[in-house]
Design a protein around this ligand. Structure first.
Ligand SMILES: CC(C)(COP(=O)(O)OP(=O)(O)OC[C@H]1O[C@@H](n2cnc3c(N)ncnc32)[C@H](O)[C@@H]1OP(=O)(O)O)[C@@H](O)C(=O)NCCC(=O)NCCS
Length: 195
């Protein structure tokens, strides 16, 4: 991670580390795959809709390992949301400067079913957007499975718009997808960096 990204990522972690916050954020590595698998298994609604199957370790491996050929492992950040018992209740991954410079790709975001629709996802998204901007990103991009109407509404609500369509593999199923992008505007709340 560049120093700039490290500072802003640390500021984000510190914000969530306060006692008042119900969750903390953790940068995850493949060693924490079992913790992510538990979340994936609770979230079978999403995986069955996307690929017709419940999640397996292969889906977890993909979260940690899938990377466009032009990117290096240190361009990818897998972030876990952990509750007070240190159980992972959400994940999101970001790829820096992909598919072009200053455009960051939000690969996948998942909140545990019992915590959805309580604004945790949108609050986390706003904090990530702020971190990306402060790390030099000017746009965010993501891909949504066309059957995932809820996610499409969620992202559009957050200011993303459809720029293109295409096809992607979900498990062994080829699915139509929408590619959404958002330009990040500078008037975003400050994260407090201690220096
Ligand atoms: C998509 C997801 C990350 C959203 O996180 P969340 O914490 O549930 O979302 P929030 O509570 O912050 O919702 C923000 C807004 O979107 C709306 N929204 C969220 N999920 C919705 C749903 N399933 N149906 C309709 N509206 C929804 C909320 O009502 C809220 O609108 P409001 O601000 O007008 O009240 C979460 O629902 C999830 O993990 N879904 C399964 C995995 C998935 O589809 N990921 C996206 C892949 S691209």
């Amino acid at each position: 991670m560049s120093n700039l990204t490290t500072d802003h990522f640390s500021a984000l972690l510190n914000k969530y580390a306060s006692n008042k916050h119900p969750f903390n954020l953790q940068l995850l590595s493949a060693r924490q795959g079992d913790r992510v698998l538990s979340l994936y298994q609770q979230s079978s609604d999403y995986f069955i809709q996307a690929s017709g199957q419940i999640a397996t370790y292969q889906d977890v491996d993909e979260l940690f390992e899938s990377l466009p050929p032009t990117k290096k492992p240190n361009d990818k950040f897998v972030i876990g949301i952990a509750d007070k018992s240190d159980i992972i209740v959400g994940v999101v991954d970001l790829i820096r400067d992909y598919p072009r410079l200053q455009c960051w790709c939000l690969g996948f975001m998942l909140i545990a079913p019992q915590l959805r629709n309580q604004h945790y996802g949108s609050a986390l998204y706003h904090d990530l957007e702020s971190m990306v901007y402060r790390s030099g990103g000017k746009e965010l991009r993501l891909v949504v499975h066309d059957k995932n109407h809820n996610a499409l509404r969620f992202w559009q609500h957050l200011g993303f718009s459809i720029k293109d369509t295409g096809f992607e593999m979900y498990g062994d199923q080829k699915a139509k997808v929408s590619i959404l992008e958002k330009t990040i505007l500078p008037n975003i709340p400050k994260l407090h960096i201690s220096s």
